[in-house]
Design a protein around this ligand. Structure first.
Ligand code: PGA
Length: 249
């Protein structure tokens, strides 16, 4: 049985003060919960949020990092710095990184290796654009992103790997994929994982869906056989809405 995984991605929202009061409120809202809930917060909020989250099941992570250990890379941040601040996971290859900041699969692949090396759980994000889908290239694009971004990752290393399927056309616009579309692509991601590694590794992989997840569609998404969790952007910014998603059952 794969574990359920629910994560929030705040993007460039919330100052440290706002972040800390959010974590405090979420902690109270989830006091009964035994499973972890993941929150990818802005760099400046990692440390205060990680401190505030102590003694709870809230796991704090980052939204990006550089592939190098250190160096003259103005404005970048290293895995060790994130770890020390209290991050336990990192989103890599989010579509906003790929499209706005032109990150390539090769760069993302180096980041995946660096995260694994530094014991940060990599949440690799993949997903096709609207044009890719309309032109019938959705599977091809996702397969290439997976193969190139996960190059050299061993079967053992997949134990701490999360893959998020986030169709670009469904992100941040209130127009989620249908549960069927999401399920089909998750099944396809598992098929590619089988090609890269093996059937047993593919079956164990944690695959989450992201793209306009809200309290109304969370349950239907979670009912799909190949969807193990959710990566929630906009709807994770409010404790009340995010709690509804977490308690989708
Ligand atoms: P959204 O964002 O839920 O606002 O669509 C998801 C994401 O970008 O991770």
């Amino acid at each position: 049985m794969r574990k359920e995984l629910i994560a929030g991605n705040w993007k460039m929202y919330k100052t440290s003060a706002e972040a800390v009061s959010y974590v405090e409120a979420l902690k109270t809202a989830l006091v009964e919960r035994q499973e972890p809930v993941y929150l990818a917060v802005p760099f400046t909020a990692i440390h205060p949020c990680a401190e505030k989250a102590q003694g709870s099941h809230i796991v704090i992570g980052a939204q990006n990092m550089n592939d190098a250990s250190e160096g003259a890379f103005t404005g970048e941040i290293a895995a060790t710095m994130l770890k020390e601040a209290g991050a336990q996971f990192v989103l890599l290859g989010h579509s906003e990184r790929r499209h706005i900041f032109k990150e390539s699969n090769a760069f993302i692949n180096r980041k995946v290796h660096q995260a694994i090396k530094e014991n940060l759980i990599p949440f690799l994000c993949v997903g096709e654009t609207k044009a890719d889908r309309e032109e019938g290239r959705a599977e091809e694009v996702v397969a290439l992103q997976l193969k190139e971004s996960l190059k050299g990752v061993t079967e053992t290393q997949t134990e701490s790997l999360v893959i998020a399927y986030e169709p670009v056309w469904a992100i941040g616009n209130g127009k989620p994929a249908t549960a069927q579309e999401a399920q089909e692509m998750h099944a396809f991601v598992r098929k590619i994982a089988e090609e890269i590694w093996s059937t047993s590794t593919a079956e164990k992989l944690t695959l989450v869906y992201g793209g306009s997840v809200n309290p109304e569609n969370a349950a239907t998404m979670m009912q799909q056989p190949d969807i193990d969790g959710l990566l929630v952007g906009g709807a994770s910014l409010s404790v009340e809405t995010f709690t509804k998603i977490i308690n989708y059952r």
